[in-house]
Design a protein around this ligand. Structure first.
Ligand SMILES: O=P(O)(O)OC[C@H]1O[C@H](OP(=O)(O)O)[C@H](O)[C@@H]1O
Length: 332
């Protein structure tokens, strides 16, 4: 039994804890880790009957699902792997989950590199690209451009509160791309030098809204004002099936200490008598960028104006929202 009351393998619990603590982070990376964790659960299951095995797998999926609410790649991954569970015996069920998870992880990799080539086509020699946060999908576009010999430069927003822009800067420097790191508040000033804004996504809604790291929507509005095109790099695993029937995407609120740690709080409240309950910090991790501020969503199936993404969603999911991230209950 884990802390959450689920009967799951300790390795699954560890993965769940790492996702919650953002040691494993980024929508695609989370999906990959979740699929791997389900395979580990299958391999290590001590169930002696098929129904017990299935229950354990669903409990593992639930443990992983309850970690973070915004990136739809997580439930999409879990549903896809669970939907492949098939067989009459524990051994058959186990093999089906392990194979399905492997297939999922392979496809995820392939989708990202295909998306990278599509995105690289938008870039030209000498282009300056402004980034926000750290997105492996966005970086795949820049990597493909570098591999094609296109000379680019990057302006990297540091991305408070967790400074994930530093990861982007490190990766780009490894590829030899000149990088200028700026504070988030400097974006408008530096957009004058940018030819593109390129970001990732945690979820894409059916109306083409992009849910991504907090600060993305402000950046997109500024980019529109400056006439700089905004490109969103997002594999189709980021398409949110529930939004096709009018559901909204939950925005994760993280601990206020990421914004205001104890030392900073103490410095502000220095001189205030007793506990200062009047000082709070808010920490929404994501925001929603309306489709009118986005020029293109780049996927492994090509690039789309955001308003047309629903057509791709219908093609992939069908009217019943079954494919390719097949529906099946995460809980038993
Ligand atoms: O899937 P990839 O492109 O790697 O990342 C997509 C998005 O996931 C991240 O969220 P967080 O850092 O997990 O909160 C960022 O918002 C990033 O743009």
């Amino acid at each position: 039994m884990d802390d959450r009351g689920h009967d799951v393998a300790p390795a699954v619990e560890t993965t769940a804890d790492e996702i919650a603590a953002m040691e494993i982070r980024g929508a695609a990376t989370i999906a990959d880790a979740a699929a791997e964790a389900l395979a580990i659960q299958a391999e290590r299951s001590d169930a002696d009957r098929p129904d017990a095995f299935e229950r354990q797998l669903r409990a593992a999926a639930k443990t992983l699902y309850e970690t973070r609410p915004t990136a739809v790649s997580l439930p999409n991954a879990l549903r896809y792997v669970l939907a492949g569970m098939d067989g009459e015996t524990v051994a058959e069920l186990r093999a089906s989950i392990v194979d399905r998870a492997e297939e999922f992880r392979r496809d995820l990799d392939r989708a990202q590199s295909k998306l990278g080539s599509v995105g690289a086509n938008r870039l030209r020699d000498g282009d300056v690209v402004m980034t926000h946060c750290h997105s492996t999908d966005a970086l795949a576009c820049l990597e493909a451009a570098v591999e094609d010999g296109i000379e680019i430069e990057a302006i990297v927003k540091e991305t408070r509160p967790r400074l994930q822009g530093h990861i982007t800067a490190g990766q780009l420097r490894e590829w030899g791309v000149p990088v200028t790191v700026i504070v988030d508040g400097a974006a408008r000033r530096y957009l004058d030098r940018a030819d593109h804004v390129l970001v990732g996504a945690d979820s894409i809604a059916a109306d083409g809204s992009v849910i991504n790291k907090i600060g993305t929507s402000g950046l997109a509005v500024l980019a529109r004002e400056r006439g700089v095109p905004v490109t969103v790099a997002a594999q189709t695993i980021k398409l949110h099936p529930d939004t096709m029937t009018g559901h909204t995407v939950e925005i994760e609120r993280r601990d206020e200490r990421e914004v205001l740690d104890e030392e900073a709080r103490a410095a502000i409240t220095d001189g205030v008598d007793g506990t200062d309950d009047g000082l709070t910090a808010e920490n929404p991790a994501f925001d929603v960028t309306p489709p009118r501020y986005v020029d293109a969503i780049v996927t492994e199936h090509g690039q789309f104006p955001p308003e047309t993404i629903v057509t791709l969603m219908r093609e992939l999911f069908g009217e019943t929202v079954d494919e390719p991230w097949e529906r099946s209950e995460i809980t038993g």
